[in-house]
Ligand binder design. Structure first.
Ligand code: UTP
Length: 232
């Protein structure tokens, strides 16, 4: 039994495409649908933002090879993220929930009407981390949980450096130092997008990065248990 000490919360859950969509994982998608429905029943407000994962990156490569410009590569990735959002949304709310918000305004409206909203990307030149940060700041979220393919934030990229160490917590300023200031490119992958970090830092929104292959980690993060990396 997980205790939610803080009462009703507004939570943004950012689920990596690397987690539920690379390849598409019906088992995990079902678990996330149940988890989100249960949180909604406790009257928490839950906004979920999903990325397009491997399939989005395949479309980006295809478009790149065909010589389509960066903006159009991004548009394709956004479409893929919305497809996965649509799957999860319909698992939660059925056919009536098949329409996926295409911008922050629509997402805010859906969230206030239903208490739960699921969406993907919104516009070229950003990542779904930034979408999550923008929505979190718009609704005054208590918390963002990023469900990713690693245990949390590491001192350096653990896929490249075997001596990388997982951090239990980190301040926004130190996190900004760890993340290289890469300019946006279609399909860019970092543990969390520096642009999102900038927004979250400014609005002081607590962020927890957890391993999303175990959806219960999202519940643990919301309940205040020690899991993943807390960014504050
Ligand atoms: P993400 O990199 O944000 O999603 O979006 P992901 O697949 O969940 O990534 P992981 O699992 O965290 O690695 C994929 C791509 O979609 C485009 C960008 O090219 C981005 O890199 N995108 C997404 C946009 O252009 N605009 C958006 O609003 C969202």
């Amino acid at each position: 039994m997980i205790y939610f000490g803080g009462g009703i919360m507004k939570v943004v859950v950012r689920i990596g495409g690397s987690v539920i969509a690379s390849p598409p994982n019906p088992e995990l998608i079902r678990k996330y649908a149940e988890l989100i429905m249960n949180l909604g029943k406790r009257e928490h407000k839950i906004a979920v933002i999903i990325g397009g994962g491997k399939l989005a990156r395949e479309f980006i490569s295809l478009a790149r090879e065909l010589g389509l410009p960066e903006q159009e590569q991004d548009e394709l990735a956004i479409s893929v993220s919305r497809l996965f959002a649509q799957v999860l949304s319909m698992m939660i709310g059925g056919y009536a929930w098949r329409k996926i918000p295409e911008n922050i305004e629509e997402a805010v409206r859906a969230l206030s009407e239903r208490g739960i909203v699921v969406m993907g990307g919104v516009k070229p030149g950003m990542t779904t981390d930034t979408v999550a940060a923008l929505l979190a700041s718009e609704i005054g979220a208590d918390l963002i949980v990023k469900a990713t393919d690693q245990e949390g934030v590491y001192t350096r990229d653990p896929r490249k450096y075997s001596d990388a160490k997982k951090l239990d917590e980190i301040g926004f300023n130190d996190l900004e130092k760890i993340l290289s200031e890469d300019r946006h490119r279609a399909g860019i992958h970092q543990i969390i997008d520096p642009e999102a970090v900038r927004i979250l830092k400014e609005k002081r929104i607590k962020t927890i990065v957890v391993n999303g292959f175990r959806p219960e980690n999202v519940l643990l993060a919301i309940s205040g248990a020690k899991v993943g990396t807390v960014i504050h």
